[in-house]
Design a protein around this ligand. Structure first.
Ligand code: 13P
Length: 255
């Protein structure tokens, strides 16, 4: 049974003080939930302060990126060993990193290897552009991105893997994919995993949808059998909307 995950990707938002306040508000609004994994992915400077208050609180922490080397002359970068103990997850290959910071399938693959070596669960992001979508290339792009990210990794290594399907045209646009389309592509991701790494990885990997999710559409998105959660941008920056999304999902999953 895959535990549903509501992951908030805060992107480059929130000072430490704001992050602490938002987190406390979220926890107060949600109360205790065991049915849904709440994952907060703040800017990296907020990880330590949030970790410090997390022991009595029902959320996991994730970083938004990492380098693939353990250390070295890489100004401005953060390595997997530095995140160990502070984060449980790390988002890799977000389309903003691919588009704005030169990330490629190859670097996403190196980072996935490095994260797993250091016991960080990778959340590998894949997604097609509007052009690719409109020219019927979605399945080919998603297949290529998933296969490239996981190249050289065994089924045993992928036990903590999470994949997020985030169509680029749906991110921050208010134009989410329909629940049916999102469900279909998340199903495709699961089939790719089945073919490349076998049934156990396909059945245990959580596949998230991301792109303009909000309280209004999360219910129908979470009804799709192949969708195990959401990677939430804008709506995760408001305690009330994020908490509502967690609650809607918890109710659907009976907790
Ligand atoms: P929005 O929910 O703001 O569309 O962002 C999605 C996203 O990029 C999460 O990683």
């Amino acid at each position: 049974m895959r535990k549903p995950m509501m992951a908030g990707n805060w992107k480059m938002n929130m000072t430490v003080a704001e992050a602490l306040a938002l987190t406390r508000q979220i926890v107060q609004l949600v109360g205790d939930t065991t049915a849904v994994e709440m994952l907060l992915c703040p800017p990296s400077v907020c990880l330590h302060p949030l970790k410090a208050i997390s022991s009595a609180m029902p959320f996991s922490l994730g970083a938004q990126n990492c380098h693939w080397q353990d250390s070295g002359a890489f100004t401005g970068e953060i390595s997997p060993p530095m995140l160990q103990g502070l984060a449980d997850y790390v988002i890799l290959g977000h389309s903003e990193r691919r588009q704005l910071f030169g990330e490629t399938d190859e670097t996403v693959n190196k980072k996935t290897h490095a994260a797993l070596t250091h016991q960080l669960a990778p959340i590998v992001c894949v997604g097609e552009s509007l052009d690719q979508n409109e020219s019927g290339q979605t399945a080919a792009i998603i297949t290529a991105q998933v296969q490239a990210a996981l190249a050289g990794l065994s089924a045993e290594q992928l036990q903590s893997l999470v994949i997020a399907y985030e169509p680029i045209w749906a991110i921050g646009t208010g134009r989410a994919a329909t629940a049916e389309t999102a469900g279909e592509i998340c199903g495709l991701v699961r089939n790719i995993l089945r073919e490349s790494h076998g049934g156990s990885v396909a059945d245990t990997t959580r596949v998230l949808y991301g792109g303009s999710t909000k309280p209004d559409n999360i219910g129908e998105i979470m009804e799709q059998p192949d969708i195990d959660g959401a990677l939430i941008g804008g709506a995760s920056l408001e305690a009330a909307s994020y908490a509502q999304m967690v609650k809607i999902t918890a109710e659907q999953y009976g907790g």
